[in-house]
Design a protein around this ligand. Structure first.
Ligand code: TXA
Ligand code: MG
Length: 318
């Protein structure tokens, strides 16, 4: 099992040696290694069992530091970084050749993020290299938001998990790129579309179900082992619900259904709280013997958009 502690010097020692470790971020835990070291990066792919065509994003502590490995910085990127970094936003830039091809699966662009997590920011400040880090879960499974999530699945494959407590946001970062003066959103995430629209006139959405360039956008991703179905209205499904079905509801339990099989995302109706709880609840349910998970679609606004996106990708396709 991995050693778990919040000592950034141990983290730095192992990373400097070329090892990979798990690090906390405000979105989800990452599986991190020196982004300049192809050997460390290849360990990330093998521990996650991730196909080599799925590029990694890198984490750094300031835009100034990112200049060492990215080419041009569009004005829009300065605006975005001022507004949202450190935070749950990944920006695609053109990269230089300090970043080995393996990191970006050969793409000329690289996803860069400055995470809003104190320990990890302190660690990044001390390192001479950025950290390549995908979510710290086996490829295709739900991302981890606690140390236990990481330890359960990867504990025997890595030596260290930097403990930063439960991830505050709970869903992955929003990924954006540029098309001239316009912003393109490639993945819904912790920064809402509404907050991007407050700053930019045009926010284009390019979320695809089958774009091989962004496998996080594959239709079957972020999935628990238990088959999951996202429904608009649970009341329509009540006759199909049996004892061995778990129900995830937004705010209130359904009277016509067994109390103990229902899981509430946020009693107060907060989408922020729902995002924070989502992966914890999915993993808890997945450890039990349910035959199926039914989830009620959340309001399609704010963080609800990212939550619905993850749930629809986690669904069994029929
Ligand atoms: O919140 C997050 O972004 C977390 C934490 C650890 O920072 N990381 C994360 O990484 O979710 P990962 O690898 O699980 O998801 C990153 C997604 C993948 O779907 C990948 O295909 C896409 O970003 N991606 C990475 N580089 C890209 C690029 N150059 N162009 C397009 N998509 C890219
Ligand atoms: Mg992932």
């Amino acid at each position: 099992m991995a050693l778990i502690s919040s000592d950034i010097l141990v983290a730095k020692y192992l990373l400097d040696k070329g090892e990979i470790i798990a690090i906390p971020t405000e979105t989800v835990y990452g599986l991190a290694g020196n982004a300049y070291d192809p050997k460390a990066v290849s360990k990330i792919f093998s521990v996650k069992d991730r196909p080599s065509f799925d590029p990694l994003i890198v984490h750094t502590s300031s835009l100034e530091r990112a200049k060492k490995f990215i080419l041009d910085i569009p004005d829009e990127a300065y605006i975005l970084s001022e507004a949202f970094w450190p935070g749950p936003l990944t920006i695609l830039f053109n990269r230089n050749d300090k970043i080995p091809d393996i990191v970006t699966s050969g793409l000329p662009t690289i996803g860069v993020r400055i995470p809003n997590q104190d320990l990890t920011l302190q660690l990044l400040e001390k390192l001479d290299y950025p950290l390549a880090a995908p979510s710290a879960n086996p490829f295709g499974y739900i991302s981890p938001t606690t140390v236990d999530h990481v330890n359960d699945q990867l504990g025997d494959k890595i030596n260290y998990i930097l403990d930063g407590g439960q991830s505050k946001i709970g869903v992955e970062s929003t990924i954006v790129g540029f098309d001239g003066k316009d912003i393109i959103v490639y993945r819904y995430g912790g920064i809402t579309i509404e907050s991007l629209e407050q700053i930019f006139e045009k926010v284009k959405i390019k979320i695809s179900g089958s774009n091989p360039k962004t496998p996080g956008m594959l239709e079957n991703h972020y999935a628990p082992r238990t088959p999951l179905k996202l429904v608009n209205n649970i009341s329509d499904q009540l006759n199909t619900i049996k004892n061995n079905v778990a129900l995830i509801v937004f705010q209130k339990k359904h009277k016509d259904f067994k109390d103990y099989n229902q899981y509430i995302l946020s009693k107060s109706g907060s989408l922020k709280e729902a995002a924070h709880n989502l992966f914890v609840i999915l993993r808890k349910i997945d450890k039990k013997d349910y035959k199926m998970i039914l989830v009620e679609r959340l309001p399609n606004r704010g963080l609800g958009i990212a939550i619905n996106d993850r749930l629809s990708r986690a669904q069994v396709k029929s």
